[in-house]
Design a protein around this ligand. Structure first.
Ligand code: NAP
Length: 253
């Protein structure tokens, strides 16, 4: 179904974290040559090595999404190491600050907006400019169900993800005629190393009971949607926002 992905090139931001490294491996497993972009280069080497060991192709490029210059350098490095421009970009880098709105500090608000919204914009613009020049591509924004419904204590995160969803649609509109598709995945709560202890706690278990499927997601639950959005199988799909959340968004009010 996704055979067209074989031999394509993709750049994944935040590729050394829980979901980003998973996305890079899934794309590589489908035959995509992958550039892993992020800050903690030392954390990236084993991920790239694992991809290569499994028969894929991966390179590591330093990228801080708060710096436009760093993003340009990362795209240049990825193109030179993978032998051409990116046909797929996964805009995944993100951070969260959990704090009651009344206590949220200016710098906390700014940092979440600067990575999750401004950073995603910088990466999408750099990707879009290059994809327009090459005649097409697929950009996948990793948003969140918190961009579609709110929860307590994450005001900046929720606002940034809502902005990212709207940005995704605005870019889809502008770039459709250039063959550039821009879509968003909106995951619900997905288990990674960072949140595993929380979901095992009483508070985490209480949260899980509010999900209609009574479970949290695993990274592999996102694989089908990721590959679909990356692939030409979704050639008529742009500006779409796909929630993958065990029904959390449709939980009873
Ligand atoms: P994670 O393990 O913390 O990974 C986040 C990644 O973003 C890290 O690799 C981090 O790199 C990178 N990053 C942060 N600031 C950056 C910057 N300025 N420049 C470049 N990279 C930066 O979190 P995750 O759970 O995998 O989340 C990945 C994405 O999925 C995020 O956008 C998150 O909002 C979204 N999401 C996650 C869930 C979930 O339940 N896990 C649900 C919905 C949406 P460093 O290691 O260098 O800091």
């Amino acid at each position: 179904m996704f055979d067209d992905l074989r031999g394509k090139r993709a750049l994944v931001t935040g590729a050394f974290g829980g979901l980003g490294s998973h996305f890079a491996k899934v794309l590589a497993g489908a035959g995509v040559r992958v550039a892993l972009a992020g800050r903690r280069i030392e954390a990236a080497r084993p991920i790239a090595a694992q991809i290569e060991q499994d028969g894929g192709t991966a390179c590591v490029v330093p990228m801080d999404v708060t710096s436009a210059a760093s993003i340009t350098d990362a795209f240049d490095a990825a193109e030179s190491q993978l032998g051409g421009s990116m046909q797929i970009v996964v805009n995944n880098a993100g951070i969260a600050v959990t704090r009651p709105a009344a206590a949220c500090e200016e710098h906390e608000w700014q940092s979440v907006i600067d990575v999750n919204l401004n950073g995603a914009w910088r990466v999408a613009q750099a990707a879009g400019q290059r994809m327009i020049a090459q005649g097409g591509g697929s950009i996948i924004s990793i948003a969140s169900i918190l961009g579609l419904r709110v929860a307590q204590q994450v005001p900046a995160y929720a606002a940034a993800k809502a902005g990212l969803i709207h940005l995704t649609q605005a870019l889809a509109l502008e770039w459709a005629r250039h063959g550039v598709r821009v879509n968003a995945l909106a995951p619900g709560y997905i288990e990674t190393e960072l949140n595993r202890d929380f979901f095992a706690s009483e508070a985490g278990q209480a949260l899980i009971r509010r999900v209609p499927q009574r479970r949290i997601g695993q990274p592999e639950h996102l694989d089908g949607a990721l590959l679909l959005m990356a692939s030409d199988a979704a050639t008529f799909m742009t500006g779409a926002v796909l929630a993958i959340d065990g029904g959390h968004l449709v939980s009873s009010l």
